[in-house]
Design a protein around this ligand. Structure first.
Ligand SMILES: [Zn+2]
Length: 72
């Protein structure tokens, strides 16, 4: 079974082989609340790593980065 994710920004297609994605991506899900202009709306998007890098480069304050130790 093939699974596909499309980057909302550039349209890059990311494919999973046997359920495993060979490249990582950003997945954002946001449910907007009462004090927003989008109250009650759920929004969702995907970004490939290249678009993610471009996005965070535009930030005034750099993203917080910490090392993650994965337990296998
Ligand atoms: Zn992209």
């Amino acid at each position: 079974m093939e699974q596909e994710i499309i980057c909302n920004c550039c349209g890059a297609r990311m494919l999973a082989k046997e359920g495993i994605f060979r490249e990582d991506y950003l997945h954002v899900v946001k449910e907007w609340g009462y004090f927003s202009e989008k109250d009650g709306k759920r929004q969702e998007f995907y970004l490939c790593e290249a678009c993610y890098d471009k996005l965070i480069e535009s930030f005034l304050h750099p993203v917080m980065t910490t090392e993650v130790t994965e337990l296998l």
